[in-house]
Design a protein around this ligand. Sequence first.
Ligand SMILES: NC(=O)c1ccc[n+]([C@@H]2O[C@H](COP(=O)([O-])OP(=O)(O)OC[C@H]3O[C@@H](n4cnc5c(N)ncnc54)[C@H](OP(=O)(O)O)[C@@H]3O)[C@@H](O)[C@H]2O)c1
Length: 260
Amino acid sequence: MYQVKYEKGLTIKALVTGANKGIGFEIARHLGKRGYDILVGARDEARGQAAAEKLVAEGISATFIKIDLNELDSLHTAANMIDSLDIVVNNAGIPDRVKPRRASLDMTKNTFDYTTEDLRATMETNFLGTHALTRNLLSSLTDAAKIVNITIPISPTDFWHPLAYITSKAALNVMTLTFAYEFEKMGSHRQIFGIMPGAVATDLNGMQAGAHSGFVKSFESAGQMSTDIILSDKNQNGQMIQYDGKIATDYEVQLRIKQH
Ligand SMILES: NC(=O)c1ccc[n+]([C@@H]2O[C@H](COP(=O)([O-])OP(=O)(O)OC[C@H]3O[C@@H](n4cnc5c(N)ncnc54)[C@H](OP(=O)(O)O)[C@@H]3O)[C@@H](O)[C@H]2O)c1
C-alpha cells in the first residue's frame, strides 16, 4: 500500500472511494483535470494501482490508497495516512450481497426475497463502511472541505425495489442530513451533500440501468455531471442533488407511497 502523507496547504486534494472503475473513476478523472491531487481509493491493490496509472498517463496527479469499506479497522489506518483533504467522494457501493455469478443489481428480485444476510452485507459496505471512513477523516478535512455521498432516491418505483440497496442508501442519506445539520449548527464552512446520478450503465447494474426508464447515462457523463455539482460555488450543505442539478426538496416526502 502506498504511504500517503501530504503537507498541509500545498495542494488541493480529493479522495474518491471505489475510484478504480465506473462513476468513481470518472469523478476522479474530472476532478484531476480540474487540478485536484487525486487519492484513488480502491479495495483491490492491482485494480487501484491500474486506475491511478491510467490517470497519471492523462497528466493527473493520482495515488492509490487502499480503502476497503468492509475492513472497518483498516479505515482508521487509511485515514491516518492523510494529513489534509479538501474533498471526499463516498462513491464505493454495492447493489446487494455479492454472490457468485450475480455481482450486479437484480432488478427483478422481489422485496420479500431479501434475507437478513443480504441486508447486513449491503448495509455494512454502503453505510457502516462509508460512515466509519467519513468519521475517521473528519480531523483531516480542511475548513471548507466537501463530503459528497453518491446515492439514490429511496422511493419505491413501479419497476424496481431492491430492499437492501435502498435501505443502505436511505441510512447514508440520513447521515448526510444529520452531519449537515451539525456543520450548520457549529457555524462550520464544511459541507456534506448527496448526489443522485440517476440511471447510469455500470457494472453495478450489469450495464442495464435505465432499461425501464428509457434513459441511460454513460459513466463518463455521470462523472462529468457529478464533478460539476461537486465544484459548484454554491453552499450545498444538506442538499440531495439530482444529476441535472435539481435539488430534491421533497426528500422526506419520497418516503410516502405513491397513490395510483
Ligand atoms: N449506476 C447507477 O445507475 C447508479 C445510480 C445512482 C447511484 N449509483 C452509485 O454510484 C456509486 C458507484 O457505482 P457504479 O455504478 O459506478 O458501480 P461500479 O462500477 O460497480 O463501481 C462500484 C465501485 O465500488 C467499489 N466497491 C464495492 N465494494 C467495496 C468495498 N467493500 N470497499 C471499497 N470499494 C468497494 C468497487 O470496487 P471493485 O471494483 O473492487 O468491486 C467499484 O470500484 C455507488 O455508490 C452506486 O450506488 C449508481
